[in-house]
Design a protein around this ligand. Structure first.
Ligand SMILES: *Cc1c(COP(=O)(O)O)cnc(C)c1O
Length: 357
């Protein structure tokens, strides 16, 4: 730390992204990326003709991509916000819709690690609300409070979902609080709340092209909400970096929308692979939550979470282990291809066998 750092950031603990080690070639099951490449149309879109235009700024209004996203979801462009990954949208939302102790924020205690980082970054009072014993979210905890609410649905790293009715109950009970639903994983089995944005002006649904649309490296997130909420987000974007989606990503996003069926088919395959792997892990004695995301959250009584993580890593397989006390026995395993999961299962069986000796 230099002596020049603003005092309000001195204690800030930044988010820790999943590791990207380069000492060997790993089977990467630690950051919930898609194992499938972008579609051919995306590869063609990001072609040399567009690369040759990189001397020109991108369209800050994102007109074409906005209208493509709007059409896909049956909305109007005024209801769509686009940004450089959904992390960017979450950051803007904490800036826009939270304020010190005046407008505090509540989110589940076990959830996406970035929520508390953004709260700290922007000096927002926050409550990390404990989950039920089985890691489910208790809807009652979000009905009578005066705070902005942030809920990942499906939740991460548990993979558990609230039903659309439960989400609506929360939104309806909070007419004077903004409710942000983070749907990064919704395409793997959850129910989207996006159509509730037609009915409720306090709902902001945030999602991403990173997980189900194979564009994690392109950085593209989108949000759906009532026009007033979207214009607040635009105000923050135009006050920080109006060109925050680059030309290539804008075109890649449009092509990905045009190829929606390809991505939704990949999601179906990932769901099948998730069920296959979960069943295999359970038959090896693992406890797995009923995940509706592209990852499995698993623990075994025979081996500690960190021990399994390290043993898999030494065998060239990366999974995500969290040190938080309540989930330290678990690992979060991204669902890859069937072949990758067979390698994970074989390595896990081997590790357990050695342990039993
Ligand atoms: C991956 C993830 C994001 C961030 O996605 P990007 O669009 O890549 O920034 C947001 N929320 C949750 C819950 C995630 O798991």
């Amino acid at each position: 730390m230099s002596r020049f750092l603003n005092s309000k950031y001195r204690e800030l603990e930044a988010y820790t992204p999943g590791e990207q080690p380069t000492d060997m070639k790993y089977i990467k099951l630690n950051t919930n990326e898609s194992p499938y490449p972008p579609s051919q149309r995306v590869l063609d879109a990001v072609n040399s003709a567009e690369v040759a235009k990189l001397n020109l700024y991108s369209d800050p209004t994102c007109k074409e991509l906005k209208s493509a996203v709007a059409e896909l979801f049956g909305k109007r462009s005024e209801n769509i916000f686009l940004s450089n990954g959904s992390d960017d949208i979450l950051n803007f939302s904490f800036m826009a819709f939270c304020e010190g102790s005046k407008r505090a924020v509540r989110f589940p205690e076990i959830s996406y690690g970035f929520y508390s980082v953004y709260a700290e970054l922007h000096g927002v009072d926050y409550t990390a609300v404990p989950l039920n014993e089985d890691f489910s979210i208790n809807v009652e905890d979000y009905l009578t409070n005066d705070a902005t609410l942030v809920i990942a649905n499906p939740n991460a790293p548990t993979g558990l979902c609230l039903s659309l009715d439960e989400v609506e109950r929360i939104v309806a009970a909070n007419p004077d609080n903004l409710v942000l639903i983070d749907e990064a994983y919704v395409d793997f089995g959850g129910e989207s709340a996006r159509d509730l944005t037609d009915k409720y002006d306090n709902l902001l649904v945030v999602s991403t092209f990173s997980k189900s649309r194979s564009l994690a490296g392109a950085r593209l997130g989108f949000a759906i909400a009532n026009e007033a909420i979207i214009s607040d987000l635009e105000k923050i974007k135009y006050s920080t970096n109006p060109y925050n989606i680059n030309r290539l990503t804008l075109l890649a996003g449009e092509a990905a929308i045009a190829d929606n069926d390809y991505y939704m088919d990949n999601c179906k395959e990932i769901i099948r692979t998730r069920e296959y792997t979960t069943e295999a892990l359970r038959s090896m004695g693992f406890y797995c939550t009923d995940s509706k995301a592209n990852f499995i959250f698993a623990k075994s009584d025979e081996i500690g979470g960190e021990e399994l993580y390290l043993a898999l890593k030494s065998r060239g397989i990366l999974v995500r282990h969290f040190t938080k006390e309540k989930i330290k026995d678990f690992n979060r395993i991204t669902v890859g291809t069937r072949e990758q999961m067979d390698a994970l299962l074989a390595a896990t069986a081997e590790i357990l066998k050695e342990k039993r000796k």
